[in-house]
Design a protein around this ligand. Structure first.
Ligand code: ADP
Length: 482
């Protein structure tokens, strides 16, 4: 039966494809809407604006000819007036306030466009100018045949020449037909853009969604326990990153799964051995040694020893899983690492009665580090206990410190059986015990060093071992000095 542990992500989410399609269409519509407004509403305004600019530029040229530094003769002035008019397709007219000057572009050059209204058309402009506060004015008036006329007028102070009026008139062709053509073109463009948008959105979303769909299929396989599944990326950085993360997760899951299987196998094996011993010795007491006090005590001794082993094993498994899962809280504080080590060494002094020589070699002064003192003590105790356990005949153990500048190194050295080089890396793993040909198997469950390694990792401490097989080992860890 498959148990549904996780709730599905709530709410009906849109598919990537639909979303992309929507975005593309929206983008296309906004773009086209913008174009529509530009063409149908603002087109005429732009046209008027550009004509106003033309008029202004023409009037500015004439103004500077009139009041510029260079004194111009009548002929030159006529020439300028003519060229301003013909180059910009403007009708230009200049008149002085006292009536002494009155000259229009049709009088000086080949008349381009003649305005039937003649100069009379500027009377309104003149009146507007004199009644306004400014010295220039621009406006449009309807002309013939749907044409519009744009008029720009300027009042110029000509100094000795008195006040001078300059007028420029431009013809605005009717925009209606042009706008109509543009509109019909825009309708075609709208359809083409939308069709393209849909095709591009479809292709892009397919390209984007394909690796994701593949990934979710693989993730489902992973969920079903196929840890060998591989996630492949695509042409996108983000999707590649997701694939890498998922591959990492799959690798972790595979490792956890094999650890779980090992744990189950080892735990059941380790529990079964002492339990079998306890059962058989209890049976022996019941059936054979019940009345024989000496034998009974001996058998009870074995039972008690095995029970202790059992409870040690259970305790260590618990500690390790708690530290590994992060459930164990670390109460960190500053403490003197040498003092902590001395206290632990003291608890092993009892081994001296069995011929062990444990030398403790601290450095001068206090060495303060930051961490969970009781956990660090547990690491020290595990390392010393291993040194004792794997010492064999030469029972000399050294516990010493080295000042490494920013850090302090704690080491436990023994002259015991050592560890084969190829097994040095794995002894820190759960249930990993170095195998030794010919050597006596020592009691142990292979959890001590993995507990040390977890605690040291959580304490940000470096750690390691140097060992020569058959000559001895030196286990160490380094903590930052405070
Ligand atoms: P255990 O001692 O219970 O087997 P540990 O995790 O403490 O488990 O150690 C793992 C293995 O590392 C041991 O089984 C042993 O083979 C090796 N080892 C640890 N300390 C020493 C040492 N001081 N000398 C030689 N071998 C050691």
């Amino acid at each position: 039966m498959k148990i549904d542990l996780f709730q599905k992500t709530s709410g009906p989410a849109k598919s990537l494809r639909a979303k992309l399609l929507g975005i593309f269409i929206l983008f296309g519509l906004v773009l086209l809407g913008f174009l529509w407004i530009m063409q149908s509403v603002l087109f005429e305004k732009y046209y008027e604006r550009s004509m106003e600019k033309k008029c202004r530029a023409g009037v500015a040229t004439i103004s500077s000819a009139l009041i510029g530094e260079e004194e111009l003769g009548y002929e030159d002035f006529c020439e300028i007036l003519g060229s301003v008019s013909s180059e910009n397709d403007l009708y230009v007219y200049v008149e002085s306030g006292d009536g002494s000057l009155s000259l229009s572009s049709t009088e000086v050059s080949k008349p381009g466009r003649v305005i039937p209204e003649g100069k009379r058309i500027f009377v309104d402009a003149k009146n507007m100018l004199s009644s306004s506060y400014g010295n220039e004015i621009f406006f449009t008036i309807p002309g013939r045949q749907n044409e519009k006329m744009a008029i720009f007028a300027k009042l110029l102070d000509g100094g000795e020449k008195g006040m001078i009026y300059i007028y420029a008139l431009a013809f605005l062709s009717p925009m209606g037909p042009a706008v109509d053509i543009l509109r019909s073109q825009l309708i075609i463009v709208t359809f083409i853009v939308l069709a393209f948008g849909i095709v591009i959105a479809y292709l892009t979303s397919r390209h984007l969604a394909a690796p994701l769909t593949q990934m979710s299929e693989n993730a489902r396989k992973l969920g079903d326990g196929d840890f060998d599944v591989r996630f492949t990326g695509a042409d996108y950085h983000e999707i590649n990153e997701l694939a890498d993360t998922l591959n990492e997760a799959a690798a972790q899951l595979k490792m956890t799964d094999s650890l779980r299987k090992d744990l189950l196998a080892n735990v059941s094996h380790d529990l079964r051995t002492p339990l079998t011993m306890i059962k058989s010795y209890a049976e022996m007491i019941r059936d054979l040694s019940g009345d024989d006090k000496k034998k009974r005590e001996e058998h009870l001794g074995v039972i008690i020893e095995e029970t202790d082993r059992l409870s040690d094993l259970v305790n260590e498994i618990l500690v390790l899983s708690r530290v590994q899962s992060g459930a164990e809280s670390f109460e960190e504080e500053d403490f003197d690492i040498q003092k902590a080590a001395e206290e632990i060494v003291q608890t092993y002094r009892i081994m001296e009665s069995e011929g062990y020589v444990i030398s403790f070699e601290p450095l001068a002064g206090e060495l303060t580090v930051h961490g969970d003192e009781s956990k660090i003590k547990q690491v020290m105790s595990n390392l010393i206990s291993n040194a004792v356990k794997y010492s064999e005949e030469r029972k000399e153990i050294r516990v010493f410190f080295e000042d490494k500048g920013d850090t302090v190194r704690f080491s436990v050295e023994d002259k015991g059986m050592g560890i084969p080089e190829e097994q040095l890396d794995m002894i820190w793993n759960r249930y990993q015990r170095a195998s030794r040909q010919g050597a006596r198997a020592k009691e142990g469950n292979g959890l001590g060093l993995s507990i040390c390694s977890e605690i040291l990792k959580r304490s940000d401490a470096k750690y390691g071992v140097e060992s020569v097989y058959g000559e001895g080992s030196c286990f160490w860890f380094e903590m930052k000095k405070v």
